[in-house]
Design a protein around this ligand. Structure first.
Ligand SMILES: N[C@@H](CCOP(=O)(O)O)C(=O)O
Length: 430
């Protein structure tokens, strides 16, 4: 499969090059040249397919022929070594738990998949690749874990100082080896801008091979489409009109869901559920796309002011505002509303949701008001104990720590403070 740049000023390139470059030379995000639907048969027989078989069938057209099918099968199998259960909360709302991986956030799948693709492309290559990542909380830990010890790959994670949860910070600052954490005095958007600037810095790129492990990288972004298929497999015999409410920050996850729909997955509607960082909610009202600096919230992984993947969503809907609006709604919720929702879910459904999941739940409720016959699935994108303080404060109940979290609690944080792009560049050059 070849990929083109959404800025349309760079040559088309192969999957391998798109993964190794991360971002196109014209600063555009890569997008596949074609999307071939999987066919009715695939969805009719989905009950007989394992998660790995579903994932392999769904992604192979985007990867072939650069990774041979037998290797791709192994990559998919190794990536998906944990579960993706749907939990029914009531007749209209379920949640898809995406936190059963090593760092307990949905980013584990993309990070593990990309690490293995890069490992494969790098196997006969002596040049080291430096993976730059900006994180508002969950990507950093997942990438650190997924790339730990991968031969020929050095990972540099930029995170906004004081704006990620304690556990998220431990996950991205304590592993050592080929992983370095840079603590930035600024917001996630500052981190993301620094990363994108580095890709275009000729002095840097002439001295090192840089790539990204954010969802701007196609190998991190595309595997997220698996989730929507896994939920469909679990629900389609019971519910016909399946709607997904996706807690959204950089919009990679919802955009991957739209790719699943393009592959033929019967999805009735998407809801982009936002916290106060609501550039897309405002866009759907005014048709004006006006990114703003992000503000800090209790659902911090969604504290993104200028979502990178919105341009991919516009490409999927051919820049037609009306078609996008028919397929996607968006709502924005305050921290107070999020806390109330966490308590409601706990009291009414006996379920502990994290703040991001709670925003997704509120998106479901808003959609169901107008569409009472739908079944809405909100994505529980991270485990509640990653946000221990706020969760325990709201539900007034002490939470047991899962073993993945317990294992890092006593580890020592190691980070390097960086104040601006010059600081990042000087770190990379030394
Ligand atoms: N929500 C993210 C922000 C970066 O998103 P990504 O999917 O593009 O990596 C985070 O948790 O870091």
């Amino acid at each position: 499969m070849n990929y083109y740049s959404l800025n349309k000023q760079a040559p088309n390139t192969s999957f391998k090059d798109a993964v190794i470059k991360g971002l196109a030379p014209d600063k555009g995000l890569y997008f596949p040249e074609s999307i071939t639907p999987l066919g009715k048969d695939f969805f009719e027989k989905i009950d007989n397919l394992s998660y790995s078989e579903i994932a392999f069938q769904a992604i192979k057209q985007f990867i072939s022929p650069e990774i041979p099918e037998d290797i791709l099968k192994t990559i998919v199998n190794e990536t998906l070594s944990f579960d993706f259960p749907v939990v029914k909360l009531n007749n209209n709302i379920s949640t898809l738990e995406l936190f059963h991986g090593p760092t307990m956030a949905f980013k584990d799948v993309g990070a593990r998949f990309m690490a293995r693709c890069l490992g494969y492309f790098n196997k006969d290559n002596n040049e080291e690749v430096t993976v730059l990542v900006a994180t508002s909380g969950d990507t950093g830990g997942a990438v650190a874990n997924g790339f730990l010890g991968v031969k020929g790959v050095k990972v540099v994670i930029l995170y906004p100082s004081g704006k990620v949860s304690d556990i998220q910070e431990k996950q991205l600052t304590t592993l050592g080896q080929n992983i370095t954490a840079l603590e930035v005095n600024g917001t996630f958007d500052d981190c993301q801008t620094m990363v994108k600037t580095a890709f275009l810095d000729k002095e840097l790129t002439s001295k090192m091979q840089l790539t990204s492990a954010n969802s701007i990288n196609v190998a991190r972004w595309l595997p997220q489409l698996f989730y929507f298929m896994f939920a469909y497999k679990q629900l389609h015999n019971t519910y016909k009109d399946i709607v997904f409410s996706i807690p959204s920050g950089n919009f990679g996850n919802i955009c991957a869901g739209m790719m699943a729909q393009k592959l033929g997955l019967p999805v009735k509607h998407f809801v982009a559920s936002n916290n106060a960082n609501n550039v897309v909610t405002r866009y759907l009202i005014s048709e004006l796309y006006e990114p703003k600096p992000s503000v800090q919230t209790i659902s911090n992984a969604m504290d993104v002011g200028a979502p990178s993947n919105f341009i991919r969503i516009q490409e999927i809907y051919k820049n037609e505002f009306k078609t996008l609006k028919e397929n996607m709604s968006s709502y924005s919720f305050s921290d107070e509303e999020t806390k109330e929702a966490m308590l409601e879910i706990y009291n009414d459904c006996n379920y502990v949701a994290d703040p991001h999941g709670a925003v997704g739940y509120l998106g479901c409720k808003a959609h169901l008001k107008e569409n009472p016959n739908a079944h809405c699935v909100f994505l529980e994108t991270a485990h509640p104990t990653k946000f221990l303080d706020v969760v325990e404060e709201v539900i007034k109940n002490k939470q047991p720590l899962p073993e993945q979290i317990e294992a890092i609690m006593d580890k020592k944080k190691v980070s390097i403070i960086v104040n601006n792009y010059a600081g990042l560049k000087s770190y990379l050059l030394t």
